[in-house]
Design a protein. Structure first.
Ligand code: GCB
Length: 624
């Protein structure tokens, strides 16, 4: 589908944006979504490893109704009572009907499924009828792997919960709402962001709306394994440390075990009153996970009535001086940044196993050992594929650009909550080594306080990884850039997005002569650099949007990179062209950000080869 937009569609979309913005500022109190309470950052996250759980995958066709004015979220009216999915007697007036409505495929964004929804950023009501046979003594959960941006779910007319955040999983218990036989699941998804959201209004990707990731109806025993976390600790011996958390009426004083047959390891312990147990044991002959050998072990976690299986790798990551050490060895991160869009002419926000393998397969072909999964937590499948392929991962939440409300308690709570849900989901992924806390957030006192709070929060949850943030290069004296953002003090790795030769006044010829300094004795990454090129656009070396310009940009930037003694990796922007509403150029962009090394169709641009060759030959600055 190619989007030649009618003016009316654009107008309608901008009216919706304005409408949403006004509501966000509190000018319209009747907008129920905006009267919301701040999320509870301490509340329990969704259960770990949903993909290994027994349940019904609710993927497929869902009926949908478009509700641009959020009428269904206002005070109840039988005429628009979407949650109840009513089928009243013929004489009663209602003004909706799901049975006759069109369908959208879940998982998937709505923008690329229906032409008239391409720019749509308000509410859609989804409905699916499911048949259930709930069993006594079991619990049931509606589990959403991800839905953008705000979601409320109803089962047989009752609200079972709501959630804010487009990229992290959430679940609602429905044990008491599930009928034997037919059940109506209705889900309202609102794609609109507001001033308190993360991200806020302004970002450089398409705001793909909808139930973008799979939904499951999960069945567990009454007391089940809610969470488990394993990691490797180094002391005199290599030790596997595991903690397990049960949930349910008999979670306390229960025997729990973690087994890794291949290592001959069985950990056993009893849970405390809160249902939590921590166990550890030394192991011998452990093969560590690494990009060269992404070894994963089969792990079985068991409680009296529940068992979960996983595949987990073990490695260490730390920063010592200006070095990043993976398993104790200095590593240069040969990376590439990636958005969550599958390869294909449409873009979209849908990432099944095949899509993830295809996309990350291109990163491997490039010679990468590292991906920056920007700018939000990606689909769980992508992380598991990174585990399998041996790609180190930087994962982040979208604290992005200048419009985040740093002093707003709501936004603080939301950031903490998003990070909690993200760490909770990915703790056991060996591939994830860096938590990114922000992207290009201009320095102010309020931002420094906010991000310090977030760094402390992430460190308290996870001491097995390092922390970074994609900073702006902040001081420039002549040809010298000094990275002295005060946040650097709290980060393990200093990362900078730098676009000299693309944005700004310098040309490509200036780039190799640029000098980089930092007062911090820490490793630095270029978390981004890149230049736009339309596949097949040919021209002079200095002509924008041509393949020649992009390849030359990579050439000079890599020359510059080789001169920086404390540079420990790069993740150029970006693997694949991606949709962005901020890219208007009719000949080159057509609402695509063209900085990809491959086009949306997967075809390579010459800059791909330039970087691939560099990755074949360069292993970081020579050590002194
Ligand atoms: C950036 C942003 C990224 C944009 C990119 C660009 O610095 O972090 O989200 O897409 O620049 O293409 O301008």
């Amino acid at each position: 589908m190619k989007y030649a937009l009618g003016l009316s569609a654009v107008l309608a979309a901008s009216l919706l944006v304005l409408f949403g913005a006004a509501a966000a500022q509190g000018e319209d109190d009747a907008q129920p979504r905006y009267e919301r309470e701040a999320p509870d950052p301490e509340a329990s996250s969704a259960m770990a490893n949903v993909l290994a759980r027994k349940g019904e995958d609710l993927s497929g066709e869902w009926r949908y109704l478009i509700d641009p004015m959020r009428a269904g979220l206002r005070k109840p009216s039988a005429r628009r009572d979407f949650p109840n999915d009513r089928k009243p007697p013929k004489e009663e007036l209602i003004e909706y009907e799901f049975d006759s409505a069109p369908t959208l495929t879940v998982p998937g964004d709505w923008n690329t499924q229906v032409e008239e929804l391409f720019w749509y950023e308000s509410v859609i009501w989804y409905r699916k009828i499911i048949d259930a046979r709930p069993k006594r003594g079991k619990r049931y959960f509606l589990y959403f792997e991800g839905s953008n941006y705000w979601t409320e779910a109803y089962l047989n007319g009752d609200s079972v919960g709501d959630y804010e955040g487009g990229f992290t999983p959430f679940m609602f218990e429905v044990t008491d709402n599930l009928n034997r036989g037919e059940n109506s699941v209705v889900v309202a998804v609102d794609a609109m962001h507001d001033a308190k959201s993360i991200p806020s209004f302004y970002y450089d990707w398409l705001n793909y709306g909808g139930i973008t990731r799979p939904v499951h109806l999960i069945e567990t025993p009454e007391t089940y394994i809610h969470d488990y976390r394993l990691h490797l600790e180094e002391g005199d011996a290599e030790t596997i440390v595991a903690s397990v958390a049960l949930d349910g009426p008999s979670k306390g004083n229960q025997t729990v075990s973690v087994e890794i047959d291949e290592l001959g390891l069985t950990l056993e312990g009893r849970t405390n009153r809160d249902g939590i147990v921590e166990m550890s044991a030394a192991v011998s002959a452990l093969t560590r996970w690494s990009p060269e050998n992404p070894k994963l072990y089969d792990v079985t976690v068991s409680s009296r009535r529940d068992t979960v299986k996983d595949r987990i790798g073990f490695r260490t990551i730390e920063v010592v001086g200006q070095d990043i050490l993976l398993n104790g060895e200095s590593i240069f991160l040969k990376g590439i940044s990636v958005h969550e869009e599958p390869i294909g002419p449409e873009g979209g926000r849908r990432m099944d196993w095949e899509d993830a393998r295809e996309l990350l397969g291109v990163a491997k072909e490039l010679g990468s050992n590292f991906v920056r999964l920007s700018h939000y937590p990606h689909n769980e499948r992508t992380l598991r594929v990174a585990d399998e392929l041996g790609l180190l991962v930087w994962s982040e939440i979208p604290v992005y650009w200048e419009e985040i409300r740093y002093t707003e308690p709501y936004t603080k709570a939301l950031a903490k909550r998003m990070y909690k849900d993200s760490v909770n989901r990915d703790y056991n992924r060996a591939s994830v080594v860096i938590w990114g806390v922000a992207n290009e957030t201009p320095i102010t006192d309020a931002r420094n306080v906010f991000l310090k709070m977030l760094i402390d929060h992430v460190r308290a949850m996870d001491s097995t990884r390092v922390i970074s943030a994609a900073l702006n290069k902040n001081t420039n004296r002549g040809n010298t850039f000094i990275v002295e953002d005060p946040l650097g003090e709290h980060l393990d790795i200093i990362s900078v997005n730098e676009y000299e030769g693309w944005y700004g006044r310098r040309t490509l010829d200036d780039v190799p002569g640029l000098v980089w300094k930092t007062p911090y004795d820490k490793p630095m990454l270029f978390s981004e650099f890149g230049a736009g090129a339309l596949l097949g656009a040919r021209g002079e070396r200095l002509e924008r949007f041509t393949e020649e310009h992009q390849a030359a940009f990579y050439d000079v930037t890599l020359q510059m990179a080789e001169q920086i003694p404390f540079l420990r990796g790069i993740s150029p922007w970006i693997l694949k062209d991606f949709r962005s509403p901020r890219r208007w150029h009719g000949r080159y962009q057509e609402y695509w950000n063209r900085k990809g090394l491959i086009a949306e169709t997967g075809e390579k641009k010459p800059a791909f080869d330039v970087l691939q060759e560099w990755y074949e030959t360069y292993d970081g600055p020579a050590s002194e």
